[in-house]
Design a protein around this ligand. Structure first.
Ligand SMILES: Cc1cc2nc3c(=O)[nH]c(=O)nc-3n(C[C@H](O)[C@H](O)[C@H](O)COP(=O)(O)OP(=O)(O)OC[C@H]3O[C@@H](n4cnc5c(N)ncnc54)[C@H](O)[C@@H]3O)c2cc1C
Length: 380
């Protein structure tokens, strides 16, 4: 726990923790097994006024900072990686860019319902043939009169099957490289030519839909262009600077949840006539789980505070994401081990944390890409 959190932040954290333990934790395994997006949970999160934590009150948000938002993401991750993933994709990827880059009219039309939790949002960068090398995309938007016409396929898009809006990246000038990419606001419920073609079965996080989407001659009015034409790549970099902090926070939550399960089990389970936490090996494992979780939290909070000061944050957010996602996977694996055979069953949560944690090392830039980013920031 951090020692210098403002009272307001502590209050939000307590409120969300209480909600998570009461409403989400009891169904976390069930929604995973059923591959069910828990819309009712998102309605309740909207009632708690946390679907737009870092969005200005003027647009229906809570007007909190990134640190407050990170605390909420951590609490969700502590009980359900899937709810946490859909939540952070909605906030950092689908909502925040509209606040940062949108016109007043776009904020009123598209940001407000997201921030008020009327529906969740999505963000579509990745394609079947371009992931880490994301700017090498094939999706195009060509101007026809006063309309944009989008064509292409986007891959692994969180929330797409549930979303009320999706920010889609497309090439508007194939000769302009990074400056030839733009962002469009697509309405999946109304825009003809939009289709969810696949909802993937995954090794974890199955209550968070991960979709392939097809855009076939999707015609959009001019006011669906987010910001200026050609700004899409710069927007993407800024969006990921913030998004990686939320993946770090979610990872910290997964690590915290896994650690707590292992610790409490070790204080109940007896072998050879003693509690297993009294074996040096088990105690040391749990101490290391705690150490890694605390380190991940500190790096995450440092990145969030850097973002909130308005300072450059690329290095801090990549460092936090790299460290916290690794911590989550390692701590969750240790939790399975501490629970022994029971840890391998779906009656106990650690296996779910372990499966969920793996994605954190892949999404919003793999660990290898975080090394590239940090290396560049260090001048290497
Ligand atoms: C559950 C889930 C949710 C997702 N949600 C979204 C979403 O909402 N929106 C969205 O746009 N995308 C989303 N993604 C996509 C995700 O961001 C990509 O999967 C990720 O960026 C990796 O891209 P890729 O899968 O194409 O892997 P690839 O880029 O093909 O990478 C394969 C391997 O090669 C390595 N590699 C690639 N390039 C380099 C390099 N230069 N140096 C060293 N190693 C390298 C990678 O690290 C990786 O190990 C999601 C993915 C998943 C699984």
């Amino acid at each position: 726990m951090e020692f210098d959190l403002p009272d307001e932040h502590r209050m939000i954290r307590e409120t969300v923790r209480d909600f998570c333990e009461r409403e989400i934790e009891p169904i976390a395994q069930e929604i995973e097994d059923e591959h069910r997006f828990p819309a009712e949970i998102f309605d309740q999160l909207a009632d708690l006024d946390v679907m737009g934590v870092p969005i200005a009150e003027a647009y229906g948000g809570l007007g909190g900072d990134t640190l407050m938002y990170a605390l909420v993401a951590e609490e969700l991750g502590r009980v359900s990686g899937a709810v946490g993933l859909s939540y952070v994709a909605h906030t950092s990827l689908a909502s925040k860019p509209i606040e940062l880059f949108g016109s007043e009219a776009q904020k009123e039309r598209w940001l407000r319902p997201l921030a008020e939790g009327e529906y969740v949002g999505g963000w579509a960068l990745t394609e079947p043939s371009s992931g880490s090398d994301a700017s090498d995309m094939d999706t195009t938007a060509r101007k026809e009169g006063d309309e944009w016409v989008l064509n292409g396929t986007k891959q692994f898009i969180t929330n797409a099957s549930e979303a009320g809006s999706i920010l889609v990246k497309a090439v508007t000038d194939s000769d302009a490289g990074y400056d030839g990419i733009s962002t469009f606001i697509v309405d999946p419920r109304e825009d003809d030519g939009f289709e969810v073609t696949t909802i993937w079965d995954k090794m974890g996080l199955n209550a968070s839909p991960t979709c392939e989407i097809s855009l076939e001659n999707v015609r959009l009015p001019e006011d669906r262009l987010l910001g200026e034409e050609g700004e899409g790549w710069e927007q993407t970099k800024k969006t990921l600077d913030g998004g990686r902090i939320s993946i770090a926070a979610l990872s910290t939550g997964l690590a915290q949840g896994a650690y707590e399960h292992a610790k409490s089990y070790s204080k109940e389970r007896e072998q050879f006539g003693q509690l297993i936490c009294e074996f040096d090996a088990v105690r040391d494992t749990i101490v290391d789980m705690h150490r890694k979780t605390e380190r991940a939290r500190l790096l995450t909070h440092r990145a969030a505070r850097t973002y909130d000061r308005g300072d450059p944050v690329t290095r801090e957010s990549a460092l936090a994401k790299l460290d916290a996602s690794e911590a989550a996977r390692e701590v969750a694996e240790d939790a399975v081990q501490v629970l022994g055979g029971y840890g391998y069953t779906t009656d106990f949560a650690p296996q779910r944390f372990y499966r969920d944690a793996k994605l954190m090392e892949i999404g919003e830039g793999t660990s290898e890409i975080q090394h590239l980013v940090i290396g560049r920031e260090l001048g290497l």
